[in-house]
Design a protein around this ligand. Structure first.
Ligand code: GRG
Length: 293
């Protein structure tokens, strides 16, 4: 199912930002980064959770909230463009090709990120679900992306460079920078589907455990991965003197932690979400520790 969901997200994104009213350099930069072949993890998680909660209404609901899920990918892509800027992580490679500011220029990359973030909310608001659910999902997404969430996490990340962070500080930083949007994708899937409070809570726990495991594996890939497979520069964390899971715990213990959090993610769904979409969510947690990009 996930391949099909990923294709549907891909199709939606391919049709976005072609409007003639958008200055062509801006739409080129937005589409350059958006259509560079990301895993589409956040929208696929959102759709899968929604489908798992929706039962017989799964197909109908997928169509109804595709624009919302695609909006999450736009926010994610904005964060990658801005994260790669010289003033932030200063990266030359992303998703296997030159970063947005390298392919265009810094000012264009900043604007492409700004426009993706802003337009994301317009796309999310197109979802055809009851207004109270949609407004709550948009509010949660703004919080997960903003000062209390991803942008706040990025601030902690920048401040942490060259400092010795404790494991608890690293956990908080990661929960905001990486975890907030992943957790939000899962919770919003449940919310938009009109799930029970138990299902929504399970989706949130699954997302937050998966988010930590995702960051740990990202840190591990920075140490053991190769640039061609990972699609971005590696050994970057050590160069920028960043606290990471392998730097604090060593590779083996970091791997153990990733396993523990993946198991906890699977467990969060136990007895609450059923069917093929829930199976896919469990598989995603199980396979995460072996990811190569
Ligand atoms: C600039 C506000 C702002 C935030 C930046 C996303 C982010 C915060 C930084 C990216 C740095 C990084 C490597 C984070 C680790 C986890 C992560 C978000 C990896 C990239 O996400 P994937 O693997 O990428 O889902 P694809 O390309 O598959 O979409």
């Amino acid at each position: 199912m996930s391949a099909d969901l990923r294709n549907r997200v891909e199709q939606y994104l391919s049709a976005a930002f072609l409007d003639r009213e958008i200055p062509s350099r801006l739409s080129s930069a937005m589409r350059y980064s958006l259509l560079a072949g990301g895993k589409r993890l956040r929208p696929v998680l959102c759709l899968s959770v929604a489908r798992a909660c929706a039962g017989e209404r799964a197909e109908e609901l997928t169509d109804a909230i595709l624009s919302f899920a695609a909006g999450l990918e736009m926010i994610h892509t904005y964060s990658l463009i801005h994260d790669d800027l010289p003033a932030m992580d200063d990266d030359d490679l992303r998703r296997g090709r030159p970063t947005c500011h390298k392919a265009f220029d810094e000012a264009t990359a900043i604007l492409a990120g700004d426009a993706l973030l802003t337009d994301a909310f317009g796309h999310m608001l197109r979802a055809a679900v009851p207004a109270d659910r949609l407004l709550e999902a948009v509010r949660l997404t703004a919080k997960a992306s903003g000062a209390q969430g991803m942008a706040g996490g990025q601030m902690l990340d920048l401040e942490g460079e060259g400092k010795k962070l404790s494991l608890e500080e690293l956990r908080i930083l990661n929960a905001k920078k990486t975890g907030a949007l992943i957790t939000n994708a899962c919770e919003c899937g449940a919310l938009l589907a009109g799930a029970t409070p138990q299902q929504r809570y399970a989706a949130r726990c699954y997302g937050s455990e998966l988010g930590i495991a995702f960051q740990i594996t990202d840190d591990i890939l920075d140490v053991v991965g190769d640039e061609a497979t990972v699609g971005k520069e590696v050994r970057h964390d050590a160069e920028s003197d960043k606290a990471t899971w392998p730097s604090l715990l060593g590779l083996e213990k970091a791997r153990e932690q990733a396993h523990l959090h993946c198991n906890a993610a699977e467990k969060a769904l136990e007895g609450i979400l059923h069917g093929p979409d829930a199976d896919f969510l469990r598989e995603t947690a199980r396979n995460l520790v072996n990811r190569t990009h």
